[in-house]
Each structure stands twice: as structure tokens, then as C-alpha cells.
Design a protein around this ligand. Structure first.
Ligand SMILES: NC(=O)C1=CN([C@@H]2O[C@H](COP(=O)(O)OP(=O)(O)OC[C@H]3O[C@@H](n4cnc5c(N)ncnc54)[C@H](OP(=O)(O)O)[C@@H]3O)[C@@H](O)[C@H]2O)C=CC1
Ligand SMILES: CC(C)(CO)C(=O)C(=O)O
Length: 300
């Protein structure tokens, strides 16, 4: 089938690289230099075991011609979606869309698009962009796909993938899946971005472990049903599996880009606040991260 991936960042390049092993993939970039690099050198993936895979994909600034057998995957950051919505709006209604953002804010926005089939993904793995044509796989984990509207069948070819290095699975409820992932991101993303450490560091140090534990107790108190799905060991396990990853929020801080703090921690804090429950640890991390983002504005 034809797969169009919009956004050639860490996740877009990793997903495009794995899917190109079975499908015809077009990677839509924002910058012409990146499209040129990808078309000249190909897309290079550094696997978990350090082996190298070269993928054959087409890179382009524009969307390719699509047919009934095309899926569009949106792999830009939440803050960049606003610039993509007009493009998605203009696509035929029959083209299924799959959104791969972390956080909660894109859920309702995506559902206002006219496409018949809208799905959401939850990436439980790490990816790091090394340069415009190289991506590093940082931690094994599944890509969960939940179809919120329309036909699950449109994703069945994609889900037939049997690559053990890149597992895909259906999740029954998109909103729940995104909520659970956002909770997990609350443990890893703000703290790694504030401390400027890789994910694994959080469970190596007693001090950071204590912060994670405190946050676990507070989140469990606020969201007992959702938090019942994972134990503190699951939080540790995600840190362990993605130990060498630069979290997506740390990557934003290091590259002086806006972070996804609002759609991740902000959204969770607001949900708790609606229940009149405070999340002091997460709220402190939220403000520290905002202060870190503010520093960049001052520098300019
Ligand atoms: N990285 C990770 O380990 C994980 C990330 N995620 C989530 O996946 C999502 C993507 O994150 P990630 O890949 O890390 O982000 P990146 O910042 O690495 O990639 C985003 C890409 O989108 C591109 N882009 C922005 N605007 C447009 C546009 N209008 N048209 C085409 N491309 C555009 C950017 O291009 P340019 O470079 O030119 O600005 C960039 O390459 C986020 O929601 C993140 O939270 C989830 C799990 C793990
Ligand atoms: C899975 C994890 C924690 C990987 O770093 C991630 O979602 C992110 O970086 O945003």
C-alpha cells in the first residue's frame, strides 16, 4: 500500500523507515534541503543493535498522488499541526489519517477534519534524529493504533506487519490510549527536559526516583481508574527500555523549539483540577519547564 508520512523528524523518519520495508513510502518534509538530503542519501536507520538499515523512500515537499490504497500518517509535533490542518482538510474524505502525537489536545481537533477514518497512534518507543537523513531507534516498544472514527479495515494491511523490531497493535479506545500515554509522558518528558538527561537517568538516581514515586502517588490519587492500568514498575520499564533516548521534550529544549508541555502535563493538570485535585509535583515540573522555555525568549 501507499503510505504518506508528513513530518520527517525523529518519529516520522523511524516509522517511514520501518514501513518502507513493506510499503511504498513518501516522506513529506518542511524544508527542501531535507528532501534533497533524503533523496540523495536515502533514509538511514541505526537499529537498537547498532546495525544499519538503508530504506528506499521518496522525499518531497508536496503530497504525492493518492489512491484508495493510501494512508496518511501525521508525525509533526502538536504545535505544528495548525500548519498541517489546511492541507489535511483538502484531502479526499476516503483517505484515512493516523495521528502520532503525544498528549491530548490534538484528539478533538483531528476529529473536526472531514476524513471518514481518523485514527490515533501511541508510540511506546524512542526515536532520535541524528541528521536530516539519519534516525536512531532508541528503545523497543509497540506502536498502538486506535481507530476513533471509520473503518478499522483500512489499517489491517499495516497491522499485518510481522517485523519483531517494529510491532504494531490495535488499541480499542483512542482517548483512553492517549490519556494513558500522556500520563506516562508526565513521568519522563518534563523531568528529562529540565535536567537535560536521557530517559534512563531518571531511574538510576535516588533523587529522581523519589520524584517519580511522588508523582505516581499523586497521579494515582487523581486518576485511580486510568492509573490502575500501569504500576510504578511500568514507569520504570519505559525509562529502562528507552534509556538512551533523548525524550522528545528534551530534544525541543536542546533545539530551542516550543515544547509539548501544554498538551501533555498541562492537559493532565487541568483534568485533575476539574476534579478539584492538585498535582503538586507535576505542577512544579510544569512551571520549571515553562521557566526553561522562557529563558530562550530572554536570550533573543
Ligand atoms: N521522539 C520520540 O522519541 C517520540 C516522540 N513522540 C511524539 O511524536 C511526535 C513527533 O515527535 P518527533 O518526531 O520527536 O518530533 P520532531 O521535532 O523530531 O519532528 C517533527 C518534524 O515535523 C516537521 N514539520 C513541522 N512542520 C511541518 C510541515 N508543515 N510540513 C512537514 N513537516 C513539518 C519538522 O520539520 P523541520 O525539521 O523542518 O522543522 C520535523 O522534522 C510528537 O508529538 C512527540 O511527542 C512519541 C513517542 C516518542
Ligand atoms: C516514549 C518516550 C518517553 C520516549 O522518549 C516518548 O514518548 C517521548 O520522548 O516523547
Amino acid at each position: 500500500m501507499k503510505v504518506v508520512v508528513i513530518g520527517a523528524g525523529a518519529i516520522g523518519m523511524l516509522v517511514a523507515s520501518f514501513l518502507s520495508m513493506d510499503h511504498q513510502v513518501t516522506l513529506v518534509t518542511r524544508r527542501s534541503q531535507q528532501a534533497e538530503q533524503l533523496n540523495r542519501h536515502g533514509l538511514k536507520r541505526v537499529n537498537l543493535d547498532q546495525t544499519i538499515h538503508h530504506s528506499t523512500i521518496t522525499a518531497s515537499l508536496k503530497l504525492p498522488l493518492m489512491n484508495a490504497n493510501t494512508i496518511v500518517i501525521v508525525a509533526v509535533k502538536y504545535g505544528q499541526l495548525q500548519s498541517i490542518y489546511p492541507l489535511l482538510n483538502s484531502l479526499p474524505k476516503q483517505i484515512p489519517l493516523l495521528f502520532l502525537q503525544n498528549g491530548l489536545a490534538h484528539f478533538e481537533e483531528a476529529l473536526t477534519l472531514p476524513q471518514n477514518t481518523i485514527a490515533f497512534g501511541s508510540c511506546q518507543f524512542g526515536a532520535q534524529k541524528e541528521n536530516d537523513h539519519t534516525v536512531i531507534h532508541r528503545g523497543a516498544g509497540v506502536l498502538k493504533i486506535a481507530v476513533e472514527r471509520g473503518s478499522k479495515e483500512q489499517f489491517s494491511t499495516l497491522l499485518k506487519n510481522k517485523n519483531p523490531k517494529f510491532e504494531l497493535e490495535y488499541a480499542p479506545n483512542a482517548e483512553q490510549m492517549l490519556f494513558e500515554k500522556a500520563l506516562l509522558n508526565c513521568f519522563i518528558n518534563p523531568l528529562t527536559a529540565i535536567l537535560k538527561v536521557k530517559n534512563g537517568y531518571l531511574i538510576e538516581q535516588e533523587a529522581t526516583l523519589q520524584i517519580l514515586k511522588q508523582m505516581y502517588v499523586e497521579l494515582k490519587n487523581a486518576f485511580p481508574k486510568e492509573m490502575a492500568k500501569f504500576s510504578f514498575d511500568d514507569v520504570k520499564s519505559l525509562c529502562e527500555k528507552t534509556a538512551t533516548n533523548t525524550s522528545s521534550m528534551l530534544a525541543d529544549i536542546l533545539n530551542e523549539r516550543p515544547t509539548e508541555i501544554e498538551t501533555i502535563a498541562g492537559a493532565i493538570i487541568r483534568k485533575a483540577s476539574k476534579k478539584e485535585i492538585k498535582l503538586p509535583t507535576l505542577t512544579n515540573l510544569y512551571y520549571l519547564l515553562k521557566a526553561e522555555e522562557g529563558k530562550r525568549v530572554e536570550k533573543m
